[in-house]
Design a protein around this ligand. Structure first.
Ligand code: ADQ
Length: 753
């Protein structure tokens, strides 16, 4: 069993690199699964004092205790039958997988799948956060765990986090279809470095971040805006094409037993003149149907003689409980059966179809026996089969036909590149490969091998980790904790207990944002209607001794006065703290004034010139509007059509980058440019002082409210209303829940009087 020590490097992947083997006596033995990732990691793990791997052990139910295998500490994460159905087969393999592979089949989606995906991701994140040494590095792998980087960061801001996506990242037009797309992007942006296989994947990701989140992207650097006291962060996106342990493959090719096995294989196939090979997981992305169609036609039209040429198709069983995979298997097997029925000579197949797994030795023998390998993926992150074939041919013989839609096509330019959707092109590429003269094969293989041997998986891992090391210092361990949209919410009983303690405090300040908290957000800002229960509770609270009530809004003061309809005993603060209304007599106005800043002529001119520029942007994006407030100019995009909102925001943020002395606050479909340096946080702090309050309750729903949550202290109570990342300790649903909370507070406070 592994000691529960802390590790400098922790890998997080859906699967642990081991498979359970049940021994005759019923005991379990763990056998390392010799995948590329394990090999890559082994090489880098040798260079760190202590490394660990967090992942699922492969069977449903309770996870085994942590254990050691091959010099690594392994920490199993449990997945129960529901997780497997909804997190793994559902959201990962029936939603994300088809969507990220160009919707070759229709992605399915169910809301409960997402919930389970969030839950499972959190378990992986917690497990990793718990075993990583201070200042350590966590490397998260693949599409099943896209929320993990952000979840780890919220718990462990002191560690470096890398994420690598093994599959493609789709163009923004496709990615936009994903329900919860922004949560996924934010999950990934929890990392310091996000890596992809192809340059086009990296660019697709950056485009999605820019268009869907409106974050600033400068070349490869995304700036994630800060919230509250949390500073903005830079995240780097980069391209890191994965590879193989080429040394290990080379050793296998030199093994006399494997050489003999390759000869034997050809013999078993009837010593045909040509052996053509396809090796794939049985997955619809691999283009197996297209390949078989082309092959069937070549046999039908007599271009290929089945007595001379055999196609060996290895199809590894995969995801057999997912519908699309069951269907694919039926179709492939039907087609193979039909082709064999039509064309196979007696006693020999035209297509030798093998639906099972082989060990590395047998795989290498297959590659060494093949004259041609067909890789016809319709979309593939990299495709290691292509590289394995090349690495297995030190004899410089053989031809690789490679789909341009496989990531490997970016590097293996010398292969016969094809568009697998074009069956005619596929057929002629196969024929060309079969008739390629030896010198030409040699030339091709030499070039391909240089590429593969020079870039092995060890250098891939090292390159990624070096880059991760070089991007920024992790935050100091004291950085404030941010609770993410999907994080566990302290339950209602905890909130009630906190509220009770707050109600018990002698002098309290109850402060709240207006829009989205006391009043539901509406498209027409002037038609806003506050929840009468909330207003009623606040009015009564303000009558009680030791209680002060304040509204702190982004609206201009006059606008707030007009819409909130509050008695004069309630303090009103508008324009994010830049405007303070007449203060009730029990607040100390002198303390309050010191907390705000005043406008002067220069600031007014600056505000007006910003407003003009924003108006220009709004004119180009119908529905976008500009509001001029006493200390700021604001762009509202909630009524902008289609992409307009994102594009207008992007243009506004782009413009803001060049402005000195202006505080830019992006909110919900609104960007505010303040020319005075005050925010809701400074205002609430000043109000708290002016009220001599022992504790403050603050309710807010917007990013601008994070400035308040960030300054709250022990004994204060921050309540975030609705979704969105927050530094508040509590979260409630919406304006009705706010009314419940205020009524409850009133009940608790009056009960004590
Ligand atoms: P996969 O989709 O699994 O991986 P691929 O890169 O082709 O695709 O890797 C398949 C591996 O399985 C190869 O090493 C191959 O030799 C092996 N394999 C296939 N059939 C086998 C069999 N019958 N017996 C034994 N081994 C078999 C995902 C992405 C890819 C990306 C990899 C790595 O979809 O695009 O290249 O991760 O990042």
């Amino acid at each position: 069993m592994a000691s529960q020590e802390l590790h400098d490097l922790v890998v997080v992947a859906n699967r642990l690199p081991v498979d359970a083997k049940t021994l005759p006596d019923g005991a379990t033995e763990w056998v390392t699964s010799p995948g590329g990732l394990v090999t890559a990691m082994e090489s880098v793990m040798r260079n760190v004092d202590s490394a660990a791997w967090v992942g699922w052990a492969g069977s449903p139910g309770e996870a085994p205790e942590p254990f050691r295998a091959d010099g690594m500490d392994l920490y199993p994460v449990s997945l129960d039958a529901t997780d497997i159905e909804k997190y793994y087969e559902g959201f990962s393999n029936a939603t994300l997988w088809p969507l990220y592979h160009d919707v070759i089949v229709d992605p399915a989606y169910h809301r409960t799948w997402w919930d389970t995906y969030v839950g499972a991701n959190r378990r992986f994140a917690k497990a990793a956060a718990a075993v990583t040494a201070p200042g350590g590095t966590i490397w998260v792998h693949d599409y099943q765990l896209q929320l993990v980087p952000e979840m780890i960061r919220s718990e462990r801001p002191d560690v470096r986090i890398g994420f690598f996506n093994h599959i493609p990242f789709p163009p923004v037009e496709l990615f936009s279809q994903l329900p919860k797309r922004n949560q996924v992007l934010r999950g990934l942006l929890g990392a310091d470095l996000v890596g992809f296989q192809r340059e086009s994947d990296t660019l697709n990701f950056l485009a999605s971040v820019r268009h869907l989140l409106g974050y600033q992207v400068d070349q490869r650097t995304v700036t994630v805006p800060g919230i509250g006291a949390v500073e903005p962060r830079d995240v780097i996106a980069g391209t890191f094409p994965i590879s193989l342990d080429t040394q290990a493959v080379t050793e296998l090719t030199e093994d006399p037993e494997i050489k003999e096995r390759a000869r034997q294989l050809r013999h078993d196939l009837g010593d045909p003149e040509n052996v053509v090979l396809g090796v794939d997981r049985l997955d619809y992305t691999k283009g197996i149907r297209h390949r078989l169609k082309a092959w069937g036609e070549l046999l039908n039209d007599g271009s290929i003689d089945p007595r001379e040429t055999v196609l060996v198709q290895v199809a590894t069983p995969s995801r057999e409980r997912v519908d699309a995979y069951r269907q694919l298997r039926d179709e492939v097997e039907l087609t193979v059966g039909r082709i064999n029925g039509d064309h196979a000579p007696i006693g020999r197949p035209a297509i030798s179809y093998l639906h099972r797994s082989f060990n590395r030795r047998d795989m290498t023998a297959l590659y060494m026996a093949a004259d041609v390998v067909l890789v016809t993926a319709l979309r593939d992150g990299m495709n290691l089969v292509a590289k394995e074939y090349v690495a297995s041919r030190p004899d410089l013989r053989g031809v690789l036909v490679l789909s341009e839609f496989a990531g490997a096509a970016d590097e293996l330019r010398a292969a016969l590149l094809v568009n697998p959707h074009d069956i005619d092109e596929l057929k002629s590429a196969a024929l060309r490969a079969l008739s390629m003269p030896e010198e030409e094969q040699e030339e091709m293989m030499t070039s391909l091998r240089r590429q593969v041997l020079d870039h092995d998986v060890q250098s891939w891992a090292k390159h990624f980790l070096d880059e991760l090391e070089s991007v920024g210092e992790p935050a100091p361990p004291s950085a404030p904790i941010i609770r993410l949209s999907g994080d566990e919410i302290p339950d209602a009983a905890q909130l009630d207990a906190a509220l009770e303690a707050f109600a018990d405090t002698p002098r309290i300040l109850v402060a709240s944002d207006f829009d989205g908290v006391l009043a539901p957000i509406v498209a027409d800002r002037d038609a806003v209607q506050a929840n009468p229960r909330s207003i009623g509770a606040l009015r009564e609270l303000t009558e009680l001794s030791g209680v002060n009530v304040a509204l702190v809004s982004g609206r201009a003061l006059e606008d707030l006065q007009h819409h909130a309809g509050m008695p004069s005993s309630v303090a009103l603060v508008g324009s994010h703290g830049a405007e303070v209304g007449a203060l009730p007599s029990d607040l100390h106005a002198d303390v309050m004034d010191a907390g705000t800043m005043t406008m002067d002529e220069t600031r007014q001119n600056l505000r007006d010139s910003i407003a003009r520029r924003l108006q220009h942007i709004a004119d180009q994006h119908p529905g976008a509007e500009v509001e001029v407030k006493p200390a700021s100019a604001v762009l509202h995009t909630r009524n902008a059509k289609g992409r307009g909102a994102g594009n207008a925001t992007e243009a506004a943020l782009e413009f803001a980058r060049g402005l000195p002395d202006v505080t830019v606050t992006p909110g919900k479909e609104v960007v505010e440019f303040s020319v005075v340096d005050s925010h809701k946080g400074t205002a609430v702090r000043a109000l708290g002082r002016a009220a001599a309050a022992d504790a403050v309750l603050y309710l807010g729903d917007d990013v601008t409210d994070e400035n308040v949550f960030a300054i709250l202290e022990d004994g204060d109570l921050g309540v975030k209303v609705g979704d969105g990342d927050t530094a508040a300790a509590f979260r409630i649903g919406g304006t009705d829940a706010v009314a419940d909370l205020l009524e409850r507070l009133l009940e608790l406070r009056t009960g004590e009087e």
